[in-house]
Design a protein around this ligand. Structure first.
Ligand code: PGA
Length: 254
């Protein structure tokens, strides 16, 4: 076993108003008081970051952006820079979520550039990868995962350095928002493949430190089994992160 600290992350996507968000994060902060050894992260929509940061106060909840641009500034209407995220209190940024890839045309090359910029700024990237149902059913899961890793982390490979703080998130597209979860064994198989990929492309020390989260219909009833797998170091939670009643028991999965 290693000393990887489990992380439970809530991706709020395009949900919640300011008042709801403040109440939710205050309830989460209250509900996780005294919980040891688990990092908690929330990723609100951009416009709620300041509100949520204030509501977090001194509670140990980390804040993430759901996306960012790779350039530091410029004529990029509708985009947000990494520095802007930091100024709003973010320590982390989710990159390459499958909704960004499939609905907004983000490529692994875009994600590669974003990840490099994030790390240069000192933001911890949560880099998402995952196969579609068709890819799984045609036996291409590992090929697709390898390809996404090769291309989304190409700059890090080129530099020969992956910071051990980097977080990877395996999110099978067919399990996101569908109620279908990968079985703990299916998830573990891919997580161990990803860890081996990190060892092969960087080194075993880095592979032992990098956390790999699972995402896709994680809920209070399935989190413990998923977290009991050797290479699953946390969860990236969508739907069930929107209420304290669901999210707190996920954080308190032990
Ligand atoms: P879900 O979403 O938990 O609603 O399946 C997960 C995600 O998109 O990160």
């Amino acid at each position: 076993m290693t000393d990887r600290r489990p992380m439970i992350a809530g991706n709020w996507k395009m949900n919640l108003g300011g008042d709801e968000a403040a109440v939710l994060v205050k309830d989460i902060s209250e509900g996780i008081k005294g919980v040891q050894g688990v990092e908690v992260l929330v990723a609100p929509p951009f416009t709620l970051l300041q509100t949520v940061r204030e509501a977090i106060g001194s509670s140990p909840v980390f804040l993430a952006g759901q996306n960012m641009h790779w350039e530091p500034r410029g004529a990029f209407t509708g985009e947000i820079s990494g520095r802007m995220l930091q100024e709003s209190g973010c320590t982390h940024v989710i990159l390459g979520h499958s909704e960004r890839r499939s609905l907004f045309g983000e490529t692994s090359e875009d994600i590669d550039k974003k990840a490099k910029t994030a790390v240069l700024l000192g933001l911890i990237p949560v880099i998402c990868i995952g196969e579609t149902l068709e890819e799984r059913e045609t036996g291409r899961t590992f090929k697709v995962i390898k390809d996404q890793l090769d291309r989304s982390l190409a700059n890090f490979i080129k530099d020969g350095l992956l910071l051990p703080s980097t977080i990877l998130a395996y999110e099978p597209v067919w399990a996101i928002g569908t109620g279908k979860t990968a079985t703990p064994e299916q998830a573990q198989d891919v997580h161990s493949f990803i860890r081996k990929w990190v060892a092969d492309n960087f080194n075993t020390g880095t592979a032992q430190h990098v956390r790999i989260l699972y995402g896709g219909s994680v809920k209070p009833s399935n989190v413990s089994e998923l977290m009991s797998q050797t290479d699953i170091d946390g969860a990236l939670v969508g739907g069930a992160s929107l209420t304290a009643d669901n999210f707190i028991p996920i954080v308190c999965y032990k």
